[in-house]
Design a protein around this ligand. Structure first.
Ligand code: SAM
Length: 324
């Protein structure tokens, strides 16, 4: 991390305005939709697919942890970027003991609390305990805000949220510190995020070097002029992501080898990395019934069936030395 190029990158992104408040405002203003309204949505199947994928990832890792530690172990979890609590039911089904829910958006944290209260009421208190922290997890340590600062976690889950921290190296590092410092040895970090190479490939700059946008009637990805693309910076490679009804805010490319290397610095070792379409294919063997019940199969594969090219389209030649 002392590499000169990374230092340059850090300085560059420190100069730019931080988008944390933009992201928080966006998620704070998202309206809660009822079940009926959600069924009408054009992204109904895609949401269900994403939810099913998360269910499988969470279910699988909880099985693994119980295999590692014995089936009666009490599992403590951090849901990093928990949003409104879309995964609370998964934690209930997974029979975990305690969940720390953290998110930058205060309103989402309030909605998460309400959802948890409903869940607790319905299950007559026979559900995991939980605590709720509104914090920018790319800027501050969650441990300082946890009810029990000595608590060590078995699992950190960061679903569709890690990419926000790639705004700068210090932010990505703080996010990883929040993962690593809270996990006990042998604990797991799971997550879902975007694929930088796939995004750049879809821009199709080979055909038109001016291209900065792609998408369809439902989603779009657009790089503002201020984001260099040939090549993109390791941190702060900002694009605006629009997804009908759900997202309309800036995100950052996550260069996976850099992520992996940083994670290693924080004591984490990569066990598995899978693209959604491959994950779905493998999991269908076991989970097809649930997928059918959740009416998610129609959305597979997400966003069309283009396969990633075998050669990485991002020329990160300027960081090769750092990676080597
Ligand atoms: N994990 C939830 C899920 O899967 O339903 C929510 C995913 S939503 C796409 C991304 C979430 O990341 C939002 O709730 C947003 O507020 C949160 N987020 C973004 N940047 C964050 C940060 N720096 N610290 C904590 N949460 C953040």
């Amino acid at each position: 991390v002392k590499d000169r190029r990374l230092t340059e990158n850090t300085e560059m992104s420190e100069k730019s305005d931080c988008v944390g408040s933009v992201v928080a405002n966006h998620y704070n203003q998202l309206l809660e939709r009822g079940v009926a309204e959600r069924k009408e949505s054009r992204i109904f199947h895609m949401r269900n697919l994403n939810n099913w994928i998360k269910s499988r990832i969470i279910g699988n890792i909880l099985d693994q942890i119980r295999k590692d530690n014995g089936s009666h172990c009490r599992l403590n979890v951090l849901d990093l970027g928990c949003g409104k609590g879309g995964d609370l039911l998964k934690w209930e089904r997974g029979n975990v003991h305690h969940v720390v829910c953290a998110d930058i958006a205060e309103t989402s944290i309030e909605q998460c609390k309400e959802r948890y209260a409903t869940l607790k009421h319905r299950s007559r208190n026979n559900v995991f305990s939980a605590e709720f922290i509104a914090a920018d997890c790319s800027k501050e340590s969650i441990r300082e805000r946890m009810a029990d600062r000595e608590l060590k976690l078995d699992l950190v889950s960061c679903q569709f949220a890690f990419h926000y921290s790639f705004e700068s190296l210090p932010q990505a590092e703080q996010m990883l510190a929040n993962v690593s410092s809270n996990l006990q040895p042998g604990g797991y970090f799971i997550g879902t995020t975007t694929d930088a190479n796939d995004i750049i490939r879809r821009l199709g700059r080979n055909e038109d070097p001016e291209n900065r946008k792609f998408g369809n009637a439902i989603f779009s990805v657009e790089f503002p002029e201020e984001t260099p693309l040939d090549p993109p910076p390791l941190f702060g490679a900002k694009y605006n992501f629009h997804l009908e009804e759900v997202v309309d805010c800036p995100e950052f490319l996550v260069h996976f080898p850099t992520f992996e290397k940083l994670a290693k610095k924080y004591g984490l070792k990569l066990v598995q990395k899978t693209r959604f379409e491959d994950f779905v294919r493998d999991e269908l063997v076991h989970g097809k019934d649930l997928l059918m019940r959740m009416k998610a199969l129609e959305a597979y594969p997400p966003f069309g069936n283009q396969r990633p090219v075998s050669q990485d389209p991002i020329d990160y030649h300027h960081v090769r030395e750092y990676l080597d």
